[in-house]
Design a binder for this molecule. Sequence first.
Ligand SMILES: NC(=O)c1ccc[n+]([C@@H]2O[C@H](COP(=O)([O-])OP(=O)(O)OC[C@H]3O[C@@H](n4cnc5c(N)ncnc54)[C@H](OP(=O)(O)O)[C@@H]3O)[C@@H](O)[C@H]2O)c1
Length: 258
Amino acid sequence: MSTLKNKVVAVTGATKGIGKGIAKVFASKGAKVAVLGRNAADGERCVAELVASGGVAKFYVSDVVDEAGMAAVAEKVASDFGGLDILCANAGVFRACKFEEMTQKEWDAVFDTNLKGMFLSIKACLPLLKKSSAGRVVLTSSITGPFTGYPGWSHYGATKAGMLGFMRTAAIEFAKYGITVNAVLPGNILTEGLQGLGQDYMNAMASSIPLKRLGTVEDIGYAAAFLASEEAGYINGHALIVDGGQILPESVQALEAA
Ligand SMILES: NC(=O)c1ccc[n+]([C@@H]2O[C@H](COP(=O)([O-])OP(=O)(O)OC[C@H]3O[C@@H](n4cnc5c(N)ncnc54)[C@H](OP(=O)(O)O)[C@@H]3O)[C@@H](O)[C@H]2O)c1
């Protein structure tokens, strides 16, 4: 993945969690990292950590549901760093709400950030990615939706499966520009967002994973960095599961029998 050196990458939702892990891995590989998000304090903290480790990074306050704002931020990133090669469309929310309690407002809030936000991020960055010799889009989907279900996340799962539906056509449409579109599908990754679901949830999840641990944000960062590298240039429209084998057991017995 030496080909990431000096590449310019924009990571949405990089102020914390998985996005911050993605930003850290790209910075460690010599990429110039644009940290995108709404929370300026978290964003500046992330940039300070990346710079302290020898990386090149800058924070851009941005909301993925603001079309004009995202377009302006993408232009600013390209003007600051001399172009844009990679977009990691990672920002997302996973507020739990069971179907019978779900209102249209709740449904729309999750769809707005996770799906429309992905669309607007790509829309803003595509004109700049087209100028790169190896443009890349890496989506953060999930195992929830494409492969699994969990009570409270019907709307969330629909958005994460929807991202893959989007990817398969975008990968065809963008191929003429040499841009690939791929997705990472995290399992249960230890982030601030996941910690908010409580220790009982995290313990139950860790015990249901063959590797018996939650993932780290760097586990996802390495997968995203690989898909964004020039070495992965012939991989297009692929969904890469990074879950410690969580979706593999057919039953609880299958896990225990090992
Ligand atoms: N953690 C897991 O186990 C897991 C598993 C599968 C998939 N995922 C996916 O991974 C991605 C990141 O999740 P996470 O666990 O890292 O969550 P997190 O710790 O809650 O972080 C979410 C990030 O998204 C940003 N964000 C949320 N709404 C935004 C908006 N409207 N505009 C811009 N940024 C926004 C937040 O930044 P600001 O608050 O600064 O705006 C924050 O940086 C999501 O797409 C999620 O679905 C997570």
